[in-house]
Design a protein around this ligand. Sequence first.
Ligand SMILES: NC(=O)c1ccc[n+]([C@@H]2O[C@H](COP(=O)([O-])OP(=O)(O)OC[C@H]3O[C@@H](n4cnc5c(N)ncnc54)[C@H](OP(=O)(O)O)[C@@H]3O)[C@@H](O)[C@H]2O)c1
Length: 255
Amino acid sequence: MRRRVALVTGVTAGFGEAAARQLHDLGWHVVGTGRRLERLESLGSALSERFTPLCFDVRDPSACAEALDSLPDPLRAVDLLVNNAGLARGLEPAHQCDLNDWQQMIDTNIKGLVTITRLISPEMVHRGSGTIINISSIAAVYPYPGANVYGATKAFVTQFSLNLRADLHGSGVRVTTIEPGLAQTEFSVVRFGGDTERAKAAYADTDYLTAEDVAEAICWVAELPSHVNINRLELMPVSQSFGAFPIHREPRDES
Ligand SMILES: NC(=O)c1ccc[n+]([C@@H]2O[C@H](COP(=O)([O-])OP(=O)(O)OC[C@H]3O[C@@H](n4cnc5c(N)ncnc54)[C@H](OP(=O)(O)O)[C@@H]3O)[C@@H](O)[C@H]2O)c1
């Protein structure tokens, strides 16, 4: 019997790495991507011949196409695509943000994700089966100060996934968005430009989600019977919930 193939973007850290490990342990052949070759190689040595690394930047459409074209035939029929590669940069208010950070988030979280989806989905539709899991965020739905473009890219991911599901209606291909809340990975180190102390503070004294928690959700969605489609899955640590809308107060000018 043909082994199931999962293509997971961004396996060099965080959710992607944990998902690659868990899917591998469930018997999938995992094609794992990222820009850091040495991380891909060390993940490869920790797993087995059922792991195939692909080193490229999702922001470069020709690099994406070339990398996927380089796969041997048995790995080209992707059963599960996990669009996970992504990042946040900065937490400044919009009018003080670095425009390059905004562009990097748009190029990675939006353009990278749609490039990979466009390259992989036709074969799934042709075969009449497959699962696409897009990693969005609670920031897609709930605004917070400093989320500006990051939250907007994730809102794109959530809505794109729903629209994709509408387009793929009747094709047998499933589409799911997973929207995690606070989770400790390298996410905050990247967000704060390598400032590990500031990143650590984001998780101080709280019981955050782990990469393994999110990977379990990915595996659960992927392993459900093929007639079941989870549309959106939102998860948070118990320690995180909702706040009231802030009201700005200052004496009214009654003159
Ligand atoms: N952690 C959270 O609190 C949280 C919450 C909600 C959603 N998310 C989302 O979950 C996803 C995974 O994040 P994470 O928390 O696991 O972060 P992470 O530990 O920083 O991992 C991010 C992964 O994305 C890859 N990546 C980033 N830019 C890339 C690019 N241009 N080309 C190829 N790969 C790229 C990185 O690989 P290389 O650097 O090797 O390229 C890395 O493997 C992201 O989409 C993030 O927005 C995270």
